[in-house]
Design a protein around this ligand. Structure first.
Ligand code: PMP
Length: 410
């Protein structure tokens, strides 16, 4: 059996990019694509943003990294900026979303042991949640097929349906071992699921009543994308722990676990760490990202442009029988189809649009750069609406003659 030199963990589209600029990506054959996915919320400022390029070039010429054994000045600056924006007290830096969530899970467990005196602390997590692929975050993730074959999973997670407060109350009554809830303010991987407006407020109240830590995974929803820097800021509440990554580095790996109050006091020297977490290069990138988002009012931009894009789709295809729902919170945008749709990423790519299909193959997910222009947004709405119309009319073979048969997700 032939073995690929890269482990086959990904369903890759057959395209290789060599350059990006703003909302556009250019492949090795010189074709250009409108990036409506930003690498799944990675490049919120678009590609090759000058502020990020400048910050990392300058830092690379000075110092890449030494060690977390020493003070790192720009890590300190980034921590101050993030705590000021989030209302949290302090932060642990890792290199990814999964690592940020690992830190949160460890904080919750240690909080259970040291503050609550619980021998087997448990964390409530949600159905269809996504928190990462490391063993603890995979165990917290609510996707059975992602977990299959990796048992034994990490124990200490109790599952509730998403956007269901009664289920959480029932667990509160029946399970004295609960010490925390870990939840996405908007579920990303399961197809941009937006809960009731007061969902987070209600969770805050239950956490207060029961001495649970309220832990929010803002790896996908954070960094301006929802219309606020963090999505919980729509609710005027403060969680105890917030994790983020992806858009924080605009393509440079960095993850952050922010904490407040007692949660911020749990980890002490020697209890947790990461060689590369919060290295000067990643912090230089993230500082440039955070400052650009705040200085250029990109949270507000995400709200207005996201609504405009979603309204544009509603106008074009909102009443079509094959469209079940069009929803958005800022620039987390989904078109849910009544059936099928898994081929749409390939067909859209052929027409020069990059997006992603998730939510059981029925949800077209768009996470465009917050810096996308009005004209690019209009191009996205018009081109994709047309692609969906043709797809729904099942005229693919004539409408997409350029799509080679081999161009399938493998
Ligand atoms: N949490 C959420 C909500 C995510 O969307 C993701 C990535 N899709 C992760 C965690 C994991 O992040 P990473 O791949 O950087 O480990």
């Amino acid at each position: 059996m032939a073995v690929e030199s890269i482990m086959t963990t990904y369903n890759r589209l057959s395209v290789a990019f060599e350059r990006g600029e703003g909302s556009w990506l250019f492949d090795i054959n010189g074709n250009k694509y409108l990036d409506a996915l930003s690498g799944i919320a990675v490049c919120g400022l678009g590609h090759a943003h000058p502020a990020v390029t400048h910050a990392i070039s300058e830092q690379a010429g000075k110092l890449l990294h030494t060690s977390n054994l020493y003070t790192i000045p720009n890590q300190q600056q980034l921590a101050e900026r993030l705590t000021q924006i989030s209302g949290m007290d302090n932060v642990f830096f890792g290199n990814s979303g999964a690592e940020a969530n690992e830190a949160a899970i460890k904080i919750a467990r240690r909080y259970g042991h040291t503050v609550r005196n619980i021998d087997n602390p448990a964390i409530i997590v949600m159905e269809n949640a996504f928190h990462g692929r490391t063993m603890a975050t995979l165990s917290a993730t609510g996707n059975r097929s992602a977990q299959a074959g990796f048992e034994p999973l990490v124990s200490g997670f109790v599952r509730a349906p998403y956007d269901d407060i009664d289920a959480i109350k029932t667990i509160a009554t029946n399970n004295p071992n609960i010490v925390a809830i870990l939840v996405e303010p908007i579920q990303g991987e399961s197809g941009i699921q937006i809960p009731a407006d007061d969902y987070l407020n209600q969770i805050r109240a239950i956490c207060d009543e029961n001495n649970w830590l309220m832990m929010l995974d803002e790896v996908q929803s954070g960094n301006g994308r929802s219309g606020k820097y963090f999505a919980y800021q729509h609710n005027n509440i403060l969680p105890d722990v917030v994790t983020t990554a992806k858009g924080l580095g605009n393509g440079v790996p960095i993850g952050a676990c922010l904490a407040r109050g007692v949660a911020a006091t749990i980890l002490s020297p020697g209890t947790h760490g990461s060689t590369y977490g919060g290295n000067p290069l990643a912090c230089a990138a993230a500082l440039a990202v955070v400052n650009t988002i705040m200085n250029e009012n990109l949270c507000e931009r995400a709200e207005t442009l996201g609504n405009k894009i979603a309204d544009g789709f509603r106008k074009e295809i909102g009443t079509a029988p094959y469209v079940k729902e069009i929803r958005n919170k800022g620039m987390l945008i989904a078109i849910e189809l009544t059936e099928g749709g898994s081929e749409l990423a390939v067909l859209a790519k052929v027409k020069g649009i990059l997006l992603n299909i998730t939510g059981g193959g029925k949800v077209i997910r768009m996470l465009p750069p917050l810096t996308m222009t009005d004209n690019e947004a209009e191009l996205l709405v018009n081109t994709l609406s047309q692609i969906i119309r043709v797809y729904a009319a099942d005229e693919r073979s004539t409408a997409f003659p350029e799509a080679p048969n081999s161009d399938r997700r493998v």
